[in-house]
Design a binder for this molecule. Structure first.
Ligand code: ADP
Length: 164
């Protein structure tokens, strides 16, 4: 059986923490699908298509990885794509409760689908898309927080937003 992992998230934008998780799981699974959430509830800085393109450009060297966009339940996507493992990254304890709840909901909806949690490496514990946007907004250095090819698009995107 082909082991297919789906790594869902907002990736708004992709950070070096995400890159680390994707790189590590690509060595464990036959195929990794990075699933960009197109959420109607959460407003995002980058449209889903742009988030997808940034991930693809960053990780084009990983042959068994592809990126997709989905707006529904992750478990529905999994069924359609014959995938059985949802991978999520775990940073500090604050992630734990949310991830446990999500995992329980998904377990209830689809008992045949497993959620697996991967611990962030210590050097990436503090990195989040939200934090990165805050740094960018205030003119801080982005090197080492997001992949190099994301720095300019992030700066440009923030500069294009009208300030009120
Ligand atoms: P969401 O909005 O669904 O939380 P994110 O894009 O913020 O999506 O994150 C996607 C997944 O990656 C989540 O499981 C999150 O915990 C994990 N993640 C985010 N940042 C890091 C990081 N620095 N190290 C490891 N995992 C991370």
């Amino acid at each position: 059986m082909r082991r297919v992992a789906v790594y869902p998230g907002s990736f708004d934008p992709i950070t070096v923490g995400h890159v680390d998780i994707i790189t590590r799981i690509s060595r464990v699974f036959d195929e990794v699908i990075v699933l960009v959430a197109q959420s109607s509830q959460k407003s995002s800085l980058f449209p889903a298509e742009e988030r997808k393109t940034l991930i693809e450009k960053t990780l084009s060297h990983i042959p068994n990885m592809r990126v997709d966009i989905f707006g529904g339940l992750t478990v529905d996507y999994m069924r359609k794509n014959n995938a059985h493992v949802i991978v999520r990254g775990l940073r500090a304890v604050v992630d734990f409760e949310y991830e446990m709840t999500m995992s329980s909901v998904n377990q209830k909806l689809a008992p045949d689908i497993e959620t697996m949690l991967v611990f962030a490496r210590p050097e990436f514990y503090y990195i989040s898309s939200r934090g990165v946007k805050e740094v960018a907004l205030n003119g801080g250095a982005l090197q080492g927080l997001v992949p190099d090819n994301v720095i300019e698009p992030l700066k440009q995107k923030l500069a294009s937003i009208p300030k009120n």
